[in-house]
Design a protein around this ligand. Structure first.
Ligand code: CP3
Length: 361
């Protein structure tokens, strides 16, 4: 028998929230809703607060990170908050020089190009290098507890972080990453191991500070074949998921364009699998483990469609979910900056009303 995982202290209203109940596959009064990138440029409140401040400054200032996290929670009845931060925040602590460049996105000025670069990367303790993350969470938790809203902590997965560390920016085909992976498999393994160690420590700090669930974003893993995922990525990612589950919190594992990898990704045993927008939800559900919950999966571009189309496709997704405990409604990738916040609020309210009705009859 396995040792019992320690239960982090959770506020009762948060523990019994529709979101955490659904992750435990208990029935909830309605289907919970949150959105990837729910705090961001589509919100006028966010743009006003960000004006004149850098992304990294906002992330590293707990008052600002906490306020941005709360903006969507105050604007609409979302069932979970996600910490305002970025998956790339840990890279500078390892020695990678990260910048968010307006109109371009993230850039790393000294990307990894040799085995020596891998061995030079540090794996410092989160508590020393990113104390602001736990501090932001501790500032948020009382307000969220009083609203009964759980907080989701997160990290990028080892492959997705390695892809930025090696390419130095976003990429279409991840050619440098794959070249490095094939040419230097031993150094690649050490790189995966460094990310595993740093991310496990980072998530531990987030959970200790009060995150009541965590999501692992493997956004670009779909670039890999099934064979390469199994050979080069699955072992370290699996160990990371194991270590985080041992903290006693639910783990959501999410990738995009990764339908072909779903069975392998799901076999790593996360509590929930994130489904992108490409497959119907019921078909995605067949690809994962029988005890896993599912999160998804409206195409974020639909939030820019007429309401009748949004409503029609939301009904379709809810029907595919079969009114089942174990479905968290979300977009199948992050909300786009061109989205109208009124649409996001209307959709949140609609999913609540529609699923509350069907569950009470
Ligand atoms: O979801 C949330 O509201 C929480 C905050 C959050 C951000 N990034 C804030 C952000 C989360 C969970 C992320 C994750 C993230 N970051 C991912 C995984 C999810 C995904 O989209 O696949 C990735 C790949 C990144 C890397 C990243 N950060 C990119 C590619 C960009 C530039 C593109 C863009 O959308 O601007 C960022 C910047 C970023 N991260 C912004 C925000 C709000 C925009 C910064 C701005 O205000 O200009």
């Amino acid at each position: 028998t396995r040792p019992q995982a320690p239960k982090p202290e959770v506020n009762a209203a948060v523990y019994d929230s529709p979101f955490l109940k659904t992750l435990r596959r208990e029935s909830a009064p309605h289907t919970p809703v949150w959105f990837m990138r729910q705090a961001g440029r589509y919100m006028p409140e966010y743009r006003a607060l960000r004006a004149g401040k850098s992304m990294l400054d906002c992330i590293r200032t707990p008052e600002l990170a906490a306020e941005i996290t709360l903006q969507p929670i105050k604007a609409m009845p979302l069932d979970a908050a996600i910490l305002f931060n970025d998956i790339l925040t840990p890279l500078p602590t390892m020695g990678l020089d990260l910048d968010f460049v307006g109109g371009v996105g993230p850039v790393i000025h000294n990307p990894i190009s040799s085995t020596k670069d891998v061995d030079m990367l540090g794996v410092p303790a989160t508590a020393e290098t990113m104390p602001y993350t736990a501090e932001s969470i501790r500032m948020l938790v009382p307000e969220l507890n009083s609203r009964g809203v759980p907080l989701i902590g997160f990290v990028g997965a080892p492959f997705t972080l390695a892809s930025y560390a090696i390419e130095g920016k976003g990429s279409r085909n991840y050619e440098k990453t794959k070249r490095f992976m094939y040419a230097e498999p031993a150094a690649w393994g050490r790189l995966m191991g460094k990310f595993e160690a740093l991310l496990a420590d980072y998530l531990t700090e987030q959970v200790k500070a009060g995150a009541s669930a965590v999501q692992i974003f493997d956004s670009w893993v779909g670039a890999l074949s099934v064979y390469d995922y199994r050979t080069f990525v699955k072992p370290a990612t699996g160990r990371l998921i194991e270590r985080v589950k041992a903290l006693g919190v639910p783990v959501i594992y999410f990738g995009t364009g990764a339908t072909h990898l779903m069975p392998d990704m799901a076999s790593l045993g996360s509590t929930v699998m994130g489904a992108d927008w490409r497959l119907p939800l019921d078909e995605a559900w067949k690809l994962i483990q029988p005890d896993q919950a599912i999160q998804g999966n409206l195409d974020p571009l639909l939030l820019q469609a007429p309401w009748r189309e949004v409503q029609y496709q939301t009904d379709r997704i809810l029907a595919e979910a079969g009114g089942c405990a174990g479905h968290v409604f979300n977009v199948g990738h992050g909300i786009l900056p061109e989205t109208n916040p009124d649409m996001v609020r209307r959709l949140t309210e609609y999913v609540h009303e529609k699923t509350a009705l069907s569950r009470s009859t």
